[in-house]
Design a protein. Structure first.
Length: 392
């Protein structure tokens, strides 16, 4: 006759319902409950240092605590439950902790030139993300987008040419699609201001009239008028910040030779001050013929000019404007000893107090003993005049 020993032990560990556990990347703790189970013969351990496992004997629970995952990959460990009275009775389950979500941006501020260009932003990420460009920054567009894996990827942002009239900034956001967290990139675009006028000096007569000044610029300009007798007659925009400014000049009814004023196009921030000088004469026409004269000269000289060097004899005539008006010099006809030698043209405008010159040259023969006649032709106020200058 035989019977079972009262000391014979059978572990209940194989009958327990045990499941794997999953944690976020943060510090966290979870438990498994086994109501009514006697854990006094059990022990528990984890095979990774970032995971702590212990038994709450009073509550019949297994407690699992994990520390924050600062890596960019998921990680796992094995937790083993052992029966110390039955060395063959063990149970294991897996603890998985999620990766640390990351969007790492290399650089957070970029500058593009005025003419526009591309900005390449290096990004490392193990989560999906999106690029958000504000509506106010329509001058920036995205060319390339990347999404997954903690690998180096590139976002390419393209900036248009800066026609805004000022420096400009925009903040582009890189947004984590999972959490909504964002990182900011600042895009700055420079501007080099400039301004040119198609004229800086205007002369008109006593009746007044409308002057049109073409202003080319890449910034906003304001206009100041120094005197009461000039005022704006309107502005016509052409392209970007360029325009044609119409200036109304009142009739000149006062006595006096002339009056002068200045119109200024300016921008304080960029220190731009471009001026147009306006000169208006009175009703009385000057005796222009008495104010135009010419001198002759001769000799031997060496001259180095744009067309090369010249050494030799010369005879020259210089036309002088002694008036306070500008005149147009049309041509100069040259005679040698009564015979036509040639005609020079292309002199253009001779300003008040200005001169125009022409010369006859010879590198080998002394021409200073010969006679020359220079016949200048010029125009003023719709009439044509001549002035003759004789040498010998």
């Amino acid at each position: 006759m035989s019977a079972c020993s009262k000391d014979e032990y059978e572990s209940r560990l194989p009958q327990l319902v045990i499941n794997d556990l999953e944690f976020s990347s943060d510090n966290a703790e979870q438990s498994m409950s086994f109501p009514g189970e006697d854990f006094k013969n059990y022990s528990v351990s984890a095979n990774e240092s970032w995971c702590d496992a212990r038994i709450d004997f009073d509550a019949s629970k297994i407690l699992i605590k994990v520390y924050a995952n600062d890596t960019y990959d998921d990680r796992s460990c094995i937790v083993t439950i052992s029966d110390i009275k039955d060395e063959l009775a063990t149970r294991s389950f897996k603890v998985v902790q999620k990766q640390k979500d990351a969007i790492i941006i290399k650089g957070n501020s970029f500058t593009v030139p005025e003419e526009g260009g591309e900005v390449s932003v290096e990004v490392q990420s193990n989560v999906s993300y999106k690029v958000e460009i504000p509506e106010s920054a329509s001058w920036i567009t995205q060319s390339v987008s990347t999404t997954r894996g903690l690998t180096s990827s590139t976002i390419v942002l393209k900036a248009e040419k800066n026609n805004s009239g000022d420096e400009r900034n925009a903040e582009v956001l890189i947004i984590n699609n999972k959490t909504g967290d964002s990182s900011k990139i600042t895009i700055r675009q420079s501007l080099t201001p400039w301004c040119t006028l198609d004229k800086n000096y205007v002369e008109l007569y006593e009746d007044g009239g409308i002057i049109a000044v073409k202003v080319n610029s890449n910034v906003r300009l304001y206009t100041d008028y120094d005197d009461y007798w000039v005022e704006s007659e309107g502005r016509e925009d052409t392209q970007d910040w360029s325009f044609v400014q119409k200036i109304k000049v009142a009739p000149f009814t006062e006595k006096g030779e002339a009056r002068t004023t200045t119109v200024t196009f300016w921008n304080l921030k960029w220190n731009i001050y471009e001026k147009v000088t306006i000169v208006q004469t009175n009703r009385e026409e000057p005796d222009i013929e008495s104010l135009i004269s010419a001198d002759t000269n001769s000799g031997y000289a060496t001259v180095i000019g744009p067309s090369g060097a010249f050494s030799g004899y010369f005879v020259s005539s210089t036309l002088k404007n002694g008036s306070k008006r500008s005149v147009t010099v049309n041509k100069c006809t040259i005679y040698e000893g009564g015979s036509l030698l040639g005609t020079e043209t292309g002199f253009g405008t001779m300003e008040a107090g200005g001169t125009k010159s022409v010369s006859v040259r010879n590198s080998y023969i002394d021409i200073t003993s010969r006679s020359y006649t220079f016949v200048w032709e010029y125009s003023y106020n719709g009439r044509t005049y001549t002035y003759t200058s004789n040498y010998r």
